[in-house]
Design a protein around this ligand. Structure first.
Ligand code: FNR
Length: 343
């Protein structure tokens, strides 16, 4: 199977997955209601920044695709949505575009459609380190996402089997990248042990990419003839536990939350748990493929308006102020915190 066909299989499998995850860890987080918010919707600012790059909106469209004509059309649509909503966006892994200049246009299109928007480049942790600069230059990107996805590779029939040297590789990418690097999981979450390893190699931003939404062990298992790894569904740390771990591990790391964000209340809770921005992938893809560009723009504009409403409700006028909102942690997430010594 060609890389292009695989990318389209990922899109089709993600398209047909349910967007609502039952038993999300976000349900174990309760923000404490206050009866006197003492603010107004007009005062709320949704501006945020990651590594000194200013985002007009704290919600961004996360990495998904590129590498073929069809996926280039999807990227073009994402770029139109990003432009209309003021959202930052990432492209999917650019390996294909770096190796084959003929398909680079399927990524570059996002910069042509949205010349002044925030665009994030994307490569895998196992790629040659010089890809960091190539991926950024291809898009004139302001940030570079380096994704880590070992479980996905292992379940993928044609995936990597040897993960020696990834950390060293990422260190080199951080040195060679002309823009700040965000190390990103793809739906398996990031533990504090990993965060400390990343801090030690000079990484200053992460996207926790936690469990709870798109599940790449499930997607890759569907692509296997033997369907062996069905039992791995749900592997990894949830987005909520990853945020709690990151807060404990490293206060100075910029943290983006993604993985299973179902609605603006999950985004609100992510900010209360210390995230500076929130990424969504599967829900944007499904909205685009089922309802089209205009409907997806309306959905995301509604999310932005709802976020202002919710921030007013909890008395926070800015994303940084969200970390002062008191919260209660219940159930399994509380147990996780107790066992891991997170307070
Ligand atoms: C992804 N994701 C992804 N991530 C990445 O860093 N590089 C990539 O190439 C891809 N490719 C990709 C394809 C498709 C079809 C989907 C749906 C997702 C992972 C994505 O950015 C995100 O981390 C996860 O999907 C979890 O977020 P959601 O989908 O639960 O909002």
């Amino acid at each position: 199977m060609s890389r292009q066909e695989r990318k389209m299989e990922h899109v089709n499998l993600a398209k047909n997955t349910s967007s609502i995850t039952p038993n999300s860890d976000f349900d174990a987080i309760r923000l404490v209601h206050r009866s006197f918010p003492e603010t107004s919707v007009d005062e709320v600012s949704l501006m945020t920044s990651i590594c000194s790059i200013e985002f007009l909106s704290p919600i961004y469209i996360n990495a998904m695709t590129g590498g073929s004509h069809e996926t280039g059309q999807i990227n073009e649509a994402f770029a139109k949505i990003a432009r209309a909503t003021g959202m930052a966006m990432a492209v999917g892994s650019q390996h294909a575009g770096i190796r084959d200049p003929q398909v680079a246009e399927s990524y570059r299109i996002v910069r042509r459609v949205n010349p002044s928007g925030i665009v994030m480049a994307n490569i895998g942790a196992g790629a040659p380190p010089d890809y960091a600069k190539k991926a950024v230059d291809m898009l004139e990107a302001q940030l570079l996402q380096v994704h880590v996805n070992a479980p996905q590779e292992l379940v993928m029939p044609e995936g990597d089997r040897d993960f020696h040297g990834w950390l060293k590789n990422v260190e080199r990418m951080v040195q060679l990248s002309p823009v700040p690097v965000i190390v990103k999981e793809v739906g398996f979450g990031i533990s504090r042990e990993t965060i400390r390893q990343l801090r030690d190699i000079g990484v200053t931003a992460i996207d926790v990419g936690g469990r709870g939404g798109t599940d790449f062990t499930w997607i890759e298992n569907q692509r296997r003839a033997d369907k062996t790894y069905d039992y791995l569904r749900g592997w990894g740390l949830s987005t909520v536990t990853s945020l709690l771990e990151s807060h404990q591990a490293e206060q100075d790391m910029a943290v983006c939350a993604s993985g299973g964000i179902r609605h603006p209340l999950d985004a609100l809770k992510s900010f209360a748990l210390g995230a500076s921005a929130v990424g969504i992938a599967g829900p944007v893809l499904r909205s685009l493929l089922h309802d089209g560009v205009e409907q997806t723009i309306s959905m995301l504009q509604s999310w932005q308006a709802e976020l202002r409403t919710l921030m007013t409700m909890v008395g926070a006028t800015s994303i940084p102020a969200m970390s002062d909102v008191p919260l209660v942690i219940l159930g399994d997430v509380k147990t996780w915190c107790d066992v891991r010594g997170i307070d």
